[in-house]
Design a protein around this ligand. Structure first.
Ligand code: BG6
Length: 503
């Protein structure tokens, strides 16, 4: 992990899928923010590659207009001009290695020569995953994929990386035939979020938490990734994926591994990732009967959100009218290792829930009651630590305090740390850090092949059971509610409850 500001080598970024949403909403704004803060080299070029034929001048115009829309108020004119002169475009059929990849090769040579950039390239594949191996293969075949003459070549692959264990293994295998693992950057944008990175600092940079961060003190862990929005315009993709595939083996497992891992021996990429991988290996894959007890799926029906009627998932654009795809998933997971034995990790994610909120709740065990038996206190407050990943990034410690007065009584209070109060507003897309790390060759915050496979290994049995036994009760939660009642029962059966309020 970059511990000090490192210099980015002069390089060319090549974006496949350059006319898509990710490029305009995230990638260019992230590059802009990096440039504004002085993190980009003067010798940099960005080549957009798309299916559409377009002149470089038109692409430049489009990107500058998009930047004006997505980087907030009054973008710096000088910076926009700086970008404009280093953006290029080439278009064509991704299957045609004779034309498109030859054009790309010529353009790269020309750009490097004109802007005096050594041939360091990094490719961002913001394409559908079916094209990953194909595009990487064609880049390689045209002599543009191998590290050579001290020049590096790196590849960032967007999620989803596979759709089950078999497809992930196949993709890893195909990429391994042409690339070295150290050239491959499997991106997960949750690792670009400040609070997620702060988990490492919070846990290992402070001495008071680590001694209690284990089964002796922690009752259970809850992770909620709630979204208010429905599937919007992404029905075509989402209906083939579902909530579990879309959010759990990637984003939520990242949150689990950082919460649960042992201290790494250093911040080197493999030291951190080895510890994350051990957590994934210790997570127990579900047997088919476990799926019935420890996994819950849901699909939103129509409802009302913020006084507006919203439609059911089955009526969304590009979604099959009788679809069985889940828009909500909750799991009870166990990590079978010395630190976490018997500490359940309850996780849930869903669309059309009452609020957009991601947090990790560490619920500590109750204090013994004896001392309070003759007081008016009937129940002791349990301590919990809530890591707010988004929005309002911060950390809250929840504990009990004496209510002032002559009798012994107890109230619940919070101690809050809020990022914005201490560090001010950070304007970030979440991609800045990840792009910068790739440019400096730091893969700590990217997933390794074994991690991706271990994650699919855990969720694939659930997907298999859900596919074999279609849900009979869909839609089973109203838009604007906290999901299906079975998800409440998942915790209730263990005498626990989801934390449904922002606390
Ligand atoms: C994406 C999923 O990876 O993450 C989306 O495909 C989801 O379905 C999004 O909405 C959530 O990201 P964030 O950063 O808004 O929590």
């Amino acid at each position: 992990m970059n511990q000090t500001q490192r210099t980015v080598d002069p390089c060319v970024m090549v974006i496949f899928g350059a006319t898509g949403d990710l490029t305009k909403r995230k990638l260019f704004p992230a590059l802009y923010n990096l440039a504004k803060d002085g993190f980009l080299p003067e010798s940099l070029a960005i080549i957009g590659v798309g299916r559409q034929e377009m002149e470089t001048k038109d692409f430049r115009q489009k990107i500058i207009a998009d930047l004006k829309e997505f980087v907030g108020d009054s973008p710096d004119k000088k910076l926009l001009a700086w970008f404009e002169e280093r953006i290029f475009y080439t278009g064509g059929d991704f299957d045609d290695d004779k034309k498109l990849f030859k054009d790309l090769k010529d353009l790269l040579a020309e750009v490097c020569q004109n802007l005096n950039i050594p041939e360091n390239y990094f490719y961002y594949l913001a394409t559908p995953p079916q094209l990953f191996a194909n595009v990487a293969g064609k880049i390689h075949k045209n002599g543009l994929g191998r590290d050579e003459n001290d020049n590096w070549r790196r590849f960032i692959f967007e999620k989803p990386f596979g759709r089950d264990i078999e497809s992930a293994k196949k993709l890893n295998h195909e990429l391994a035939k042409i690339l070295k693992e150290k050239q491959i950057y499997r991106i997960d944008h949750y690792l670009g979020k400040e609070t997620v990175q702060n988990l490492l600092i919070f846990r290992f940079g402070n001495s008071i938490f680590e001694p209690i961060w284990n089964r002796n003190f922690i009752d259970h862990v809850q992770i909620t990734v709630a979204e208010e929005l429905g599937v919007e315009t992404r029905g075509g993709y989402y209906d083939t994926a579902g909530a579990l595939r879309d959010m759990i083996p990637n984003h939520i497992f990242q949150l689990i591994t950082l919460t649960a891992m042992e201290p790494p021996v250093s911040f080197e990429a493999d030291a951190v990732r080895d510890e994350q991988a051990k957590i994934l290996q210790a997570m127990q894959p579900f047997a088919p009967e476990d799926v019935l007890h420890n996994a819950v799926r849901g699909q939103y029906g129509a409802g009302e959100m913020k006084d507006e009627k919203v439609s059911a998932y089955r009526s969304e654009q590009a979604v099959a009218p009788k679809t069985n795809t889940e828009t909500y998933a909750a799991l009870k997971l166990s990590i079978d290792n010395w630190r976490w034995a018997d500490v359940p990790f309850y996780i849930r994610t869903g669309k059309r829930l009452p609020t957009k909120r991601t947090d990790i709740t560490i619920q500590f065990k109750k204090a013994p009651f004896m001392l309070f038996r003759d007081t008016t206190i009937e129940k002791l407050t349990t301590n919990r630590l809530v890591i707010h990943v988004q929005p309002d990034e911060g950390i809250t410690l929840h504990f009990g305090a004496k209510i002032p007065g002559p009798i012994v009584n107890m109230g619940e209070v919070d101690m809050d740390f809020n990022y914005v109060d201490h560090f001010g507003e950070q304007i970030s897309t979440g991609y800045e850090r990840l792009l910068y790390d790739c440019m400096t060759g730091d893969a700590t915050l990217f997933q390794r092949a074994d991690m991706v496979e271990a994650s699919w290994q855990i969720v694939s049995p659930i997907l298999d059971v859900w596919q074999a036994i279609p849900a009979r009760d869909f839609p089973n939660y109203e838009s604007g509610s906290w999901g299906p009642t079975e998800a409440d029962e998942l915790l209730k059966n263990d005498g626990r409850k989801w934390k449904n309020t922002v606390d």
